[in-house]
Design a protein around this ligand. Structure first.
Ligand code: NAD
Length: 247
């Protein structure tokens, strides 16, 4: 029997990058996976790559009605879930002096409010012993130029991993976070110019003790570990970052 057969899993932001890597590895291990994302075309392509064990639900995590739709669909398809990966998010450089109120509100609406209500809306479906994994970032614990809004949002999620654990441990549900270092998922090119993204990545590689970016399967393995194997672990943030926040 495959490691994850019989397990039902939801991965928000599972249509690309880190979320897709998590969804692919768990589905390959036998899990049934529901992925979410904003673009129907990206979701269709991702579902194709993951295979027959996947369903895709389009929606915006900053919309509570979209989250209600997601919860209804997951309940109808799966009944209960054994793992929830709260991974949907956007990255944007927001230089301190020029950041607008609109840019600030948008980033917090997706990365912070979206994560909070994803957990709230899907918590009723989590089975006893389930794992929740929030995707934070190294930016939440070190100072990175032009990242104050993104970083503050990720620090908020790190805090939520602790408080949510307190709220959900009575149901034996553990909440933890993975904190990826830089991984080239194309997210930077989508949120800033190609040149700015290349410069940002080069700086991150130069700063990193391992002198390289992380690989998607390295992040996915850590996320699966926290959700399924780390049965005596709650409220931690696991750095998967080449040591950049530790050394
Ligand atoms: P990505 O752009 O490849 O994936 C982001 C996913 O989130 C996509 O599926 C997208 O559809 C979804 N998403 C974005 N906004 C959404 C919204 N409003 N509603 C619903 N879904 C939405 O990026 P990625 O690099 O795989 O990022 C995944 C997570 O990892 C993010 O939370 C990001 O902050 C975090 N992270 C990434 C890195 C990195 O270097 N790539 C490092 C640390 C943390």
């Amino acid at each position: 029997m495959s490691k994850y057969s019989g397990k039902n899993v939801v991965v928000t932001g599972g249509s690309s990058g880190i979320g897709l890597a998590i969804a692919q590895s768990l589905a390959a291990g036998g899990a049934r996976v529901a992925i979410t994302g904003r673009s129907q075309a990206a979701l269709d392509a991702a579902r194709e790559r993951i295979g027959a064990n996947a369903i895709a639900v389009r929606g915006d995590v900053s919309s509570l009605s979209d989250l209600d739709t997601l919860a209804d669909r997951v309940k109808a398809e799966f009944g209960t879930i054994e793992a929830l990966f709260v991974n949907a998010g956007v990255t944007a450089l927001t230089p301190f002096e020029s950041t607008t109120e609109q840019a600030y509100d948008k980033l917090f609406a997706i990365n912070v409010k979206g994560a909070f209500f994803t957990v709230q809306k899907l918590a009723p479906l989590l089975s006893r012993g389930a794992g929740v994994v929030l995707t934070t970032s190294v930016a939440g614990v070190v100072g990175i130029k032009d990242s104050s809004v993104y970083a503050a949002g990720k620090a908020a999620l790190r805090s939520m991993a602790r408080s949510f654990s307190r709220e959900l441990l009575p149901r034996e549900i553990r909440v933890n976070a993975i904190s990826p270092g830089p991984v080239d998922t194309g997210v930077l090119e989508r949120s800033m110019s190609k040149e700015a993204a290349a410069e940002f990545i080069a700086e991150r590689v130069a700063d990193n003790p391992m002198k390289r970016l992380g690989a998607l399967d390295e992040i996915a393995a850590a996320a699966a570990f926290l959700a399924f194997d780390a049965t005596y672990t709650a409220g931690v943030e696991l750095a998967v970052d080449g040591g950049v926040t530790q050394l």
